[in-house]
Design a protein around this ligand. Structure first.
Ligand SMILES: [Zn+2]
Length: 641
């Protein structure tokens, strides 16, 4: 008998000991980080409201109780009873019964009403029908990504359960080594922006954190093949942790499965969905540009199948000696500061991922409160000593002024924006400005993936800033449903129509004018001196956006009817830049993140910034806070214990 089987047998005995005699346990299993308890008496379990919580704290495990398949009631009858229990205002849109696990997945517009106070309605459901309810939100704006991911996971349910069971046994395997050390190896994003990737290792465990591409330098990928990473075989990696879905952190995650990796990816639920959206688009763009994509779309599906979603604040065993906790990073939807607790109090490391320290319209600022942390691995995108951003309030005023001036001239405002994050932030600024009369009400057209990304945001309001979340919960206050917003889904004809119509604002991808529908908007409006092009995001060196920003007024455009032919367009529209809408903390944000961090770490590794930024930030943190700081290069290994 394996050590895990022995462990499960002991756990079953312990649980039986704690339970009243009328409740029996038929099986216990690990599924990923969770302990699943099967019982012939699910209703009695639910009647003892506190039982699961007590067991969880006694055994120090996350516990799910499921009915033994033998005692399941008929789904048709159960459905009627469930609908009686759930208040009608919850807006249930789907019930899905899974006899293999005794779970019923309830999709509802208002999940909170299905859950009830402290889970009371959920318990009521189990008391009535014996099935274990699980609740998901019906997206307030239809999202093909969310429904594709949900349908795919439903279809792959059985295989997913096998994966979870295998991962669960891996996590709870016996510790083999008596040694105690902790190391971090840098595989990318050191003294550069892009290809984020690290390995955190202990004698027991190897964890890969992020695996991104480098925009504009597609052949520069993380150093995955060193012995510390995949060099010793793809499955010497125990777990992958993804801080957020931006491609410079996620693009090459699916590639790991092509290399034979078969383990879990820990991320938040929105990160999983956004990774699906962005990596599929990444493959699309590569194909359109005539590059050979590094992997096929099948690998994106593999990645999604292996995701184990965690919520902010969940302390989760991901290896025999490592616990992971995600905290809000304030950067994009689902972005997470990832905190690792190693050994039993041996060492603590936090990886910031990308952070925004102050509150924005979309997100609460990044969390920097931890039970313990000795080492911080910190992004440094705007770490240079002059990298200060304009205050959000001033930036918003500038944007409002530009829109009013353009409106008076009778022109249109075109804003190139990234689909995820910045677009939604700008949408909120525009919605508020129109509602309060700072700018006239006019159509705001959303082109490219922006609408789809917005739909994903509204599916996960609990990841948004508190007051925004509350507004989304009330359908009539959901700012993303404002009547001014229009999704461009009719292609060129609709763009021509918008061009011919009156004043409007257009938000379109790509954010750095490197392709996508923004090219079409430039063809339509580029020669109109009354209209204005407004940059609200970072324009990287070498992109068309940067060139226009620095004064180019003749730009190459391709013929929509014959993409092979290109001509030159004389750019006559006004060009403006409004900074301050970045998703990254600026210099003062990064300094304050560390200054107010609780507890203050002993060591900081400054990464994810160009040479000057990481050096500046590293030396300032050392001088101001008297801590040990480093600006590592790629392929360095640090020993911390
Ligand atoms: Zn990012």
């Amino acid at each position: 008998m394996s050590s895990v089987d022995k462990q499960l047998e002991q756990l079953q005995a312990e649980i039986e000991n704690e339970l009243p005699s009328d409740i029996t346990v038929s099986d216990v299993k690990y599924e990923g980080p969770e302990l699943v308890v099967y019982t012939r008496h699910p209703k009695e379990f639910a009647q003892n409201g506190d039982l699961i919580r007590k067991l969880a704290s006694k055994l120090r495990k996350r516990i799910t109780v499921r009915p033994d398949p033998d005692v399941l009631s008929d789904p048709h009858k159960a459905e009627e009873r469930i609908m009686d229990v759930i208040p009608e205002e919850a807006g249930v849109t789907d019930l899905d019964f899974h006899a293999d696990t005794g779970e019923v997945v309830i999709e509802a517009a208002k999940p909170g009403m299905v859950i009830g106070r402290h889970g009371s309605t959920l318990r009521e459901i189990t008391k009535e029908v014996g099935w274990t309810p699980e609740v998901v939100r019906t997206p307030p704006i239809e999202s093909s990504t969310v429904s594709n991911v949900r349908n795919f996971l439903k279809q792959e349910r059985e295989e997913r359960r096998d994966i979870l069971e295998r991962v669960g046994r891996q996590i709870h395997r016996e510790e083999m080594s008596k040694d105690e050390w902790v190391r971090i190896t840098t595989l990318g994003c050191c003294r550069e922006v892009g290809r984020a990737s690290f390995v955190l290792s202990t004698p027991e465990t190897r964890i890969l954190i992020d695996c991104g591409d480098k925009p504009g330098a597609e052949d520069e990928v993380p150093y995955l093949h060193v012995p510390e990473a995949l060099g010793a075989g793809a499955n010497t990696i125990d777990a992958v942790v993804l801080t957020h879905a931006h491609l410079d952190h996620s693009a090459l995650i699916p590639l790991l499965f092509k290399y034979g990796y078969d383990g879990p990816i820990y991320c938040t639920e929105p990160t999983r969905d956004l990774m699906g959206l962005l990596t599929l688009d990444y493959l699309d763009v590569a194909a359109k540009e005539g590059r050979t994509p590094p992997y096929e779309s099948e690998m994106v599906r593999e990645a999604i199948k292996h995701c184990i979603p965690l919520e902010y604040g969940d302390v989760t065993d991901i290896a025999p000696d490592v616990k992971l906790t995600f905290h809000n990073a304030g950067h994009i939807l689902g972005s997470a500061v990832s905190h690792f607790h190693i050994g039993d109090g041996l060492y603590n490391v936090a990886f910031s991922g990308d952070i925004h320290y102050k509150d924005t319209r979309l997100f609460n600022g990044a969390v920097n409160d931890f039970p313990r942390v000795e080492t911080l691995v910190l992004e440094s995108t705007y770490g240079g000593r002059n990298d200060y951003q304009t205050d959000q309030e001033d930036s918003e005023q500038s944007l409002v002024d530009i829109i009013n001036e353009t409106h008076e001239k009778g022109g249109k405002v075109v804003i190139p924006a990234f689909a995820v994050g910045r677009s939604q932030e700008i949408m909120l600024v525009l919605e508020e400005a129109m509602r309060s009369g700072k700018i006239p009400s006019m159509p705001v057209h959303l082109d490219g993936m922006i609408w789809e990304a917005t739909a994903i945001h509204t599916t996960y309001p609990e990841y948004l800033r508190d007051d925004l979340r509350d507004r989304i919960f009330h359908e009539d206050e959901n700012p993303f449903l404002a009547e001014e917003f229009n999704h461009i889904d009719g292609g060129e004809d609709e763009r021509q129509q918008v061009t011919d119509d009156g004043p409007a604002i257009i938000l379109s991808t790509s954010g750095m004018v490197t392709g996508g529908p923004i090219m079409s908007w430039l063809r339509h409006l580029g020669s109109d001196p009354e209209s204005t092009l407004v940059f609200v995001g970072y324009q990287a060196q070498g992109t068309l956006g940067r060139r226009i920003q620095t004064g180019w007024d003749e730009i190459p455009v391709s013929d929509p009817n014959d993409p092979g032919r290109s001509s030159t367009l004389a750019l006559k529209m006004d060009v403006e830049t409004v900074d301050g809408f970045s998703g990254h903390a600026d210099r003062s944000g990064l300094m304050n993140f560390v200054k107010t961090m609780n507890p203050r770490p002993e060591k900081v590794l400054c990464v994810h910034g160009d040479e000057r930024s990481v050096q500046d930030l590293s030396s300032s943190l050392y001088h101001d806070f008297n801590m040990r700081t480093f600006a590592p290069k790629n392929l360095e290994t640090f020993r911390f214990k």
